[in-house]
Design a protein around this ligand. Structure first.
Ligand SMILES: [Zn+2]
Length: 223
């Protein structure tokens, strides 16, 4: 995969933050996104700046030791979780976190999303699990999310929201959008008696079809 420059990543992070706003995944300043840089560093969106006002230079460089350059904005309160995920997952380069309505509804009800639609598998497994609750911004929250996401690309976060990760920013955004769509569908089926679930064997077939992840050969939006 061609390495994106820091300047490209700064623009990409602004694009994703604004796309989350435009597509209703987020409101106000609650979402945050990050991208991997060389040497254990990352770029993360800043704390408290509405998406519409974000500019590439606002993205905060967080070094491997957790420090930021003099004059940088304050990084998102969830920067530790982003750093923990990028450190634990060399297979991904981008993390998208948001409080989208249906995903957060299910996360607050303690309901992981079961295999009710084949696109659940876009998050890397037969369901979309829920990471345990810890206070926002805490290292415990990040540790729980890392553990829940082992081998996965997306999860709900108990009493909080959802998180998606991928080799590229645009793919991470597409997974977050799909998680929200699956959450809305699940919520809808619960209103009319509950979903009819796919079998484990059928989900395995879909997971194999999706297994081209990391080879840069497909877009999560081309299905
Ligand atoms: Zn959050």
């Amino acid at each position: 995969m061609a390495k994106a420059s820091e300047a490209d990543l700064r623009e990409g992070l602004v694009d994703v933050m604004q796309a989350m706003d435009a597509r209703g995944l987020n409101r106000g300043t609650s979402g945050n996104v990050s991208a991997r840089l060389e040497g254990g560093a990352m770029l993360v969106s800043p704390s408290g700046v509405p998406a519409a006002r974000l500019e590439p230079q606002h993205m905060v460089l967080v070094r491997a030791d957790g420090s930021t350059p003099a004059g940088a904005l304050k990084p998102s309160s969830e920067w530790r979780m982003h750093r923990q995920l990028l450190a634990a997952r060399p297979d991904v380069n981008a993390v998208v976190h948001c409080h989208s309505r249906y995903a957060t509804t299910l996360a607050c009800a303690g309901r992981p999303i079961p295999p009710l639609h084949y696109m659940v598998a876009v998050a890397g497994g037969a369901d979309i699990p829920i990471a345990p609750y810890s206070t926002f911004g805490s290292a415990e929250l990040g540790a729980g999310v890392v553990e829940t996401l082992a081998g996965r690309y997306g999860a709900l976060m108990a009493n909080h929201g959802q998180i998606a990760l991928a080799p590229r920013l645009d793919l991470a955004l597409a997974i977050a959008e799909e998680i929200e769509e699956q959450a809305a569908i699940y919520w809808g089926t619960l209103m009319i008696g509950g979903p009819t679930l796919l079998s484990a064997a059928e989900i395995d077939v879909v997971l194999q079809r999706f297994a081209v992840y990391g080879q840069g050969s497909r877009s999560a939006e081309d299905r």
